[in-house]
Ligand binder design. Sequence first.
Ligand code: TPP
Length: 139
Amino acid sequence: MGIAVPGALAAKLAYPARKVVAVTGDAGFLMNSQEIETALRAKTAFVILIWNDSEYGLIAWHQLRHFGRPSHVAFTNPDFVTYAESFDCKGYRVEKTADLLPTLRRARVDDTVAIIDCPVDYSENMKLTKKLKSLVSPL
Ligand SMILES: Cc1ncc(C[n+]2csc(CCOP(=O)(O)OP(=O)(O)O)c2C)c(N)n1
């Protein structure tokens, strides 16, 4: 958690000819998002795709499985597009599923850091948990 932005920066420095995409939860992004400044100063360009659920999604999933309810995992995000613009880099918001791929394609040719704010609904995880449980333990 927190490695996505500095990790992408390091990957881009090591492989400047490659396209780099960091995929991160919103909380993990905010842990080290200040490294966008380093990335811009180093003149590196890469994409940061943020799964935005305003929550510690993985922790909420574990809490739901173990205790049936989440606790102390929700938080409020800044506006990620405005946040990107405050660094003078690119910001995109995905409004519907069909927008994701075209937005990624557009962002990967930007000559700067590009942040994509993508809302995500992790409620499918609990359905997957139930399905997997029924496979392992049909009783
Ligand atoms: C440095 C660090 N702190 C805490 C954790 C424990 N942890 C694992 S996942 C997680 C929540 C991640 O939230 P987010 O980045 O929003 O991703 P999501 O699970 O919602 O996709 C936490 C607190 C960790 N792995 N690393």
